[in-house]
Design a protein around this ligand. Structure first.
Ligand code: SAH
Length: 226
């Protein structure tokens, strides 16, 4: 899989995409992630990428031409399954969307900045818009890093124990059961006895009950498919 990220502040993406599971998946060659700065197609001697908003509101808007040329450059090199704009008014990211995107070949993630991007980019070049939640961030880089991480950890081989991504929250529409490790007792706080019984069937049954109970208590909407 290949993920191309378009950003005018590429430094914001360096660390989240270079370490831990995503960093290792890149090193193993499971995913290629490339970051491109559309400033190289900026206007004038200062390679300007934003301009004043038509209309009375303050705030600069990312211009169409540098984004158009950046996207065209990438599209000339390969076909893309999706060209995604990270946007607070997009569909809200969930595990189902991450699962679906992890099966794609090539995707572009476009990060906005300032007041956002010229609407014509969204109307003519973008195939999908994704939000990381109902709040506004300063740029699309952190949302793009969140989406890339959610996708990459699902690629077979990215997590050493392949089943572990499947036992995460939301994969079966439920929250996860609580997890513990050694020691079995610390400060008088004990691991539930059932986990020490050595019977994997009983433990699985307990985990399933816990997952259902936690979901009912903390996120009842998930049980109604919300
Ligand atoms: N004026 C816009 C917000 C711009 S924020 C509005 O009111 O909707 C600047 C950039 O940050 C956006 O272009 C987008 O790429 C990114 N961004 C901000 N919040 C986001 C969120 N919740 N999800 C995804 N991207 C977001």
């Amino acid at each position: 899989m290949r993920i191309d990220i378009i950003s005018v502040v590429p430094e914001l993406l360096d660390s989240p995409l270079s370490h831990s599971i995503v960093g290792r998946a890149r090193k193993k060659g499971l995913v290629e992630i490339h970051v491109h700065n559309p400033r190289k197609y900026g206007k004038g001697p200062h390679l300007q990428v934003d301009d004043y908003n038509y209309g009375p509101d303050a705030g600069m808007v990312m211009m169409i031409e540098p984004l158009f040329r950046m996207i065209e450059e990438l599209k000339a090199e390969r076909d893309y399954d999706e060209i995604i704009y990270m946007s607070p008014d997009g569909e809200i990211l969930n595990q189902g969307i991450a699962n679906e995107l992890s099966l794609k070949g090539n995707i572009i993630l476009l990060c906005g900045h300032y007041k956002g991007i010229d609407q014509r980019v969204r109307d003519h070049l973008i195939t999908r818009e994704i939000s990381v939640g109902d709040y506004v961030l300063s740029g699309g880089e952190i949302p793009a890093a969140i989406l890339a991480d959610a996708i990459v950890r699902l690629i077979p081989g990215a997590i050493s124990d392949g089943t572990s991504a499947l036992s995460d929250c939301f994969q079966d529409g439920l929250l996860s059961a609580p997890i513990y490790t050694r020691p079995a007792e610390f400060n008088g706080w004990k691991v539930p006895d059932i986990l020490l019984c050595g019977d994997p069937v009983k433990i699985r049954q307990w985990q399933d009950e816990q997952a259902l109970e936690r979901t009912r208590r903390l996120r009842p909407g998930l049980l109604d498919g919300e």
